[in-house]
Design a protein around this ligand. Structure first.
Ligand code: SF4
Length: 321
């Protein structure tokens, strides 16, 4: 498999002020993974674990704190100016809440022609024709072009968000919780649309979600994030059938069996406590404050992230002697 995008020890830290003190928030703290051309790579974990920040870091929406991002094997970590703008054409994002990312004062036609105007593509007449084509691609009619976002349903607005992401013919799209603001009845339609578009345009997706059922059905490989790090990564079937990391096991055991949890009668492993603050992550294994299998070494040493069976990686002392 050929990698389209590779993250190498990516770190994204932010300085925040808490009660007058400057603290370091380690939102992403050393993530390495590859996303192959044409695949849908799922990234799961509880909210606040760094999934969305990692997606934005891959798209270079931030200046990386450390590490590198390769796109087609070329380092894009330090791109600026025209080179960064050119990369933006290749890699786009679909956001969680379409209502908050569409300008309420602009008509859909203006929203869809904006990428062409920013990147100086096509004449104004051609831009309008392209906007109509984008509507058609995502299942909207040309009558929607004259509407404002507030005149559309949540599902229609998300289709506009998808159309805007497609405008510049990208190769990579980061889908950041694209279903979570939608009614359950609409979610399947949006998944089908994303899958159809992937086939038609050979798209590669990073699919960020806290919904493990959706990820199981949409993704070929899955990474599990906890407190800024990937703790397990495997083929989707392998991960759901044989989860190894205690955190993954707990997440998967919480899926109702009718929705696809592996193994009838699998014991529910209940997670206790909250995710620790990324402002003061625990030493050693960051999951040790909640782990039912914690041992002494877990409190002292961060486990290495290694391949324990073909293409199945885990960061846990249980699997390293
Ligand atoms: Fe649990 Fe230790 Fe494994 Fe961390 S390293 S997940 S604390 S067993």
């Amino acid at each position: 498999m050929e990698a389209l995008v590779e993250a190498k020890q990516v770190k994204q830290h932010f300085t925040v002020k808490v009660k007058g003190r400057k603290l370091l928030l380690k939102a992403v703290d050393g993530v390495s993974l590859s996303i192959y051309k044409g695949e849908t790579f799922g990234l799961v974990g509880e909210s606040g674990c760094g999934k969305s920040t990692f997606g934005k870091a891959l798209l270079r929406l931030y200046a990386l704190t450390a590490g590198r991002v390769l796109f087609h094997s070329a380092d894009i970590s330090a791109l600026k100016g025209a080179a960064l703008k050119a990369f933006r054409r290749e890699a786009q994002m679909i956001f969680q809440d379409p209502s908050s990312c569409l300008n309420p004062r602009r008509r859909i036609e203006d929203i869809l022609t904006e990428p062409y105007a920013i990147h100086r593509r096509f004449t104004p007449v051609e831009q309008k024709r392209k906007a109509a084509e984008l509507c058609d691609m995502v299942g909207l009619s040309k009558t929607h072009l004259s509407r404002y976002p507030h005149e559309m349903s949540g599902g229609q607005k998300q289709r506009v968000g998808i159309a805007r992401a497609l405008a510049l013919n990208p190769q990579l799209i980061v889908c950041d919780e694209p279903l979570s603001a939608l009614d359950v009845s609409i979610q399947a339609q949006v998944i089908n649309l994303l899958e159809d578009l992937q086939r038609e345009f050979s798209l590669t997706y990073l699919f960020i979600s806290h919904n493990l059922c959706v990820v199981k059905h949409c993704c070929q490989r899955v990474g599990v994030m906890y407190l800024g790090r990937v703790v397990e990564l495997a083929q989707a079937d392998e991960l759901y059938e044989r989860p190894l990391h205690p955190y993954t096991r707990a997440l998967i055991s919480a899926i109702p069996s009718a929705e696809g949890r592996a193994g009838d009668g699998q014991r529910r492993e209940i997670l206790t406590g909250d995710v620790p603050s990324p402002l003061s992550p625990p030493p050693g294994c960051s999951f040790h404050t909640r782990c039912p299998a914690v041992t002494e070494i877990c409190r002292r040493e961060q486990p290495p992230f290694t391949e324990v069976s073909p293409a199945h990686f885990v960061g846990c002392h249980l699997y390293h002697s």
